[in-house]
Design a protein around this ligand. Structure first.
Ligand code: DQA
Length: 146
């Protein structure tokens, strides 16, 4: 039997994690987060695939490609607060997803309090730093095997 596959998708500027505003986003790089997710995936005997793009349409394309996956961990970055297209892609594929934000968006500017994605999400994890990705992946595996 093939192992269930989970995607970890990251939006704009998350390629700069580790150097970008470390007071807000911490010192871990996206490659460190990827490594942590791969370790969790190996422990849980699932496959995990990573993707990052600074472009809205590329994220839409990737979500569409993920329609057969068992779950998506999604940090859409600033597109969280603006993108109807990403929302529509998630609604179209009907793959369970957990929305992740490294920072506590509710302790920041008002425009970050609004998400176009949260009401479609299986769960939302904010302000847990890089740990949030690991929590989200574990949660999606639980949901997929329940
Ligand atoms: C973020 C929060 C967003 O508001 C911001 O635009 C990001 C990162 C986070 O992980 O905390 O790029 O999604």
């Amino acid at each position: 039997m093939t192992r269930p596959t989970f995607a970890v998708l990251n939006g704009p500027n998350l390629n700069l994690l580790g150097t970008r505003e470390p007071d807000l986003y911490g010192a871990e790089r996206l490659s460190d987060i990827q490594q942590r997710c791969e370790t969790v995936a190996a422990e849980l005997d699932v496959a995990v695939e990573f993707f990052q793009s600074n472009h809205e349409g590329a994220l839409v394309d990737e979500i569409q490609r993920r329609r057969a996956d068992s779950g998506i961990v999604l940090n859409a970055g600033a597109y969280t607060h603006t993108s109807i297209a990403i929302r529509d892609a998630l609604a179209a594929v009907q793959v369970p997803f957990v929305e992740v934000h490294v920072s506590n968006v509710f302790a920041r500017e008002d425009f970050r309090h609004r998400s176009y994605l949260s009401d479609l999400a299986s769960g939302v994890i904010v302000g847990c730093g890089a740990d949030g990705y690991e929590f989200a992946l574990r949660r999606l595996v639980v949901l997929a095997t329940a």
